[in-house]
Design a protein around this ligand. Sequence first.
Ligand SMILES: C[S@@+](CC[C@H](N)C(=O)[O-])C[C@H]1O[C@@H](n2cnc3c(N)ncnc32)[C@H](O)[C@@H]1O
Length: 186
Amino acid sequence: MKDLLYDLKKQTFYGFPEYDYFLYMLSILTNAHTIVETGLGRGDSTEIFLSSLSNLSNPEQRHLYTYEIVLGKSYGVFDKQETVDRVKSKNYPSNWHLINQDSTKATYDGSLIDILFLDADHDYHSVIQELQAFVSHLNKRAIIMSDDAYGSNEQQGPDKAFQEFFKGNYILLKGGKGLAIKQMGE
Ligand SMILES: C[S@@+](CC[C@H](N)C(=O)[O-])C[C@H]1O[C@@H](n2cnc3c(N)ncnc32)[C@H](O)[C@@H]1O
């Protein structure tokens, strides 16, 4: 196995280095085979997950599914086609499936999900709908996270959705933009 921190030393993906490291190591330590994320954006989390899956054994048997509603020039100043081209040009040995679909209406047909990372529309109703769309596809110890759960979103968007969906049994990791985290079976 390569030095696990090799990729992260070369570049910071997510803007908050501690988040990069957390997402990266979560994938490594849970030996994730199937990760689903919603929202391509600049492809930061996409690259974190692909590089971590690629550092695990048999990366060609591991999968990242990215749901993105809008492809093309659309995310602020970011050109999504450039993002897609950049990610593909890295030739990660793990499998990347870019799905042009509204994540609140996702029709997922992959293997059971080990990590579900919600980072699309951080609206309360959208997060509830995403959770409903994927919940039956989760591994029994799957980890579910939503970005942007702290600060102005606390007790409103993802935080409120997790509060209700998991009946208060989840973790809100404060700092930065905040992560709501739930492990199934806990
Ligand atoms: C915050 S960005 C994602 C950032 C990305 N995870 C990263 O680390 O660079 C949000 C993205 O979600 C997409 N999006 C918003 N609503 C969506 C939906 N209902 N389904 C799928 N994608 C959506 C937006 O087009 C945007 O590209």
